[in-house]
Design a protein around this ligand. Structure first.
Ligand code: AMP
Length: 368
């Protein structure tokens, strides 16, 4: 199977959301086509791609047609079933490979994987039932967070255990699903590293960015993050290590907590602790479209097509704001603002909590 896909090749994307849409929009200027595998024909990515196949993840006839029509397969969300990824990997290169899905779909496997690499995480333990939860809360202490092992996103499938919270109720609230309990990390800020690895193993990462959430949904990303250069170097090293260990091809997002302490000597010490990994392009990397020399979407396309990675250099001070629900109704006002880059995802209905678009503002460095 060829590692290098020339212009004119077709990228198959599993998932029809805004991430797939922005991958398709980044592929087009490089002369590459995209073919989306989605559940419905009106999803955001389908509106801008060259072709689409609609079907369920288990529809092998549809998956086979899709595989025949594309040169490489990638995905815009990490809950692609393992059987779907394996079915496609037998027919076309899947990048990033199924190992990345296996390690990141389950919070327990992910934490075990990170700890196996010596990468710091919150203290954690597997929890299979309410009795185990009571024991583990005794070990890990409070506050701690109970999370379902699989299918959690935007704070869904989580329960914060404070002093006095009822342990049995916490387990029931998450439907009795297999969980992990995590110690609460007293972080100063949340940051992420968007990195990439090419088919030849080359590594590139964008500046570390910092993320603010509202109601568990990403609200604002700012780059570069305020942190010591040594801490940023530590964050890049962690990202690089993860990519190499997964023999990864494509863009990855590593979400981290920045923890800072001022010692008795008055010296501030910072470190990063990994929260979670997304084996895909990520909302906290949208700022790179206008804010870096290559966007995360183009970088992903370059990586999975075996092209040289682009420059990840930042262009200035960047702020990306998500437009959630009816915030996108402000599109006219934003469109009139000089320097504001408006992105709308083509979603028909603005439900509360739904990501409808984003706006990026880059403050360019003063000319010398
Ligand atoms: P997650 O879905 O794991 O990214 O968690 C959603 C949000 O919950 C994170 O962005 C943090 O704000 C918070 N959170 C998750 N895990 C922890 C933790 N172990 N300690 C402190 N805050 C956490």
């Amino acid at each position: 199977m060829p590692d290098i896909l020339p212009p004119g090749s077709t990228i198959g994307v599993l998932g029809g959301g805004q991430l797939g849409r922005m991958i398709a929009l980044a592929a087009a200027p490089l002369g590459l086509k995209t073919h989306i595998f989605a559940h419905h024909a009106d999803e955001p990515a389908c509106q801008v791609a060259s072709a689409m196949t609609t079907g369920e993840w288990t529809d092998e006839a549809a998956l086979a047609r899709f595989a025949d029509a594309v040169d490489v397969v990638t995905y815009e969300f990490e809950n692609v079933p393992a059987a779907t990824a394996a079915f496609l990997a037998a027919r076309k290169p899947v990048r990033p490979g199924p190992l990345a899905l296996e390690k990141t779909q389950d919070r327990l496997f992910e934490k075990d994987f990170l700890n196996g690499l010596g990468i710091p995480t919150a203290p954690y333990a597997a929890v299979e039932n309410a009795g185990a939860l009571a024991r583990q809360v005794g070990q890990i202490g409070r506050p701690s967070i109970l999370k379902t092992r699989r299918f959690g996103y935007d704070g869904k499938g989580q329960f914060l255990l404070r002093e006095g919270s009822d342990v049995g109720a916490a387990f029931r609230a998450l439907g009795g699903a297999p969980c992990i309990l995590e110690g609460f990390v007293p972080f100063e800020r949340e940051v992420s590293v968007i990195g990439a690895r090419g088919v030849d193993g080359t590594f590139a990462a964008f500046d570390v960015c910092e993320n603010e959430h509202e109601n568990h949904i990403l609200s604002v990303t700012r780059a570069p993050a305020r942190m010591a250069p040594e801490t940023a170097a530590q964050a890049f090293e962690i990202c690089h290590k993860i990519l190499d260990a997964l023999d990864y091809v494509g863009v990855i997002a590593v979400e981290m907590f920045l923890v800072a302490e001022t010692g008795p000597d008055g010296v501030r010490r910072e470190k990063v602790v990994v929260n979670e990994i997304a084996p895909r392009v990520h909302n906290s990397g949208h700022w790179t479209i206008e804010g870096a020399e290559t966007s995360q979407f183009e970088q992903h396309v370059r990586a999975i097509c075996g092209w040289p990675l682009g420059s990840a250099k930042i262009r200035g001070q960047v702020e990306m704001r998500n437009l959630i629900g009816d915030e996108a109704d402000r599109w006219r006002e934003i469109a009139a603002e000089p320097g504001a880059a408006l992105h709308l995802y083509g979603k028909a209905e603005a439900r509360p909590g739904r990501k409808m678009g984003h706006v990026t503002r880059v403050i360019l460095p003063a000319a010398r």
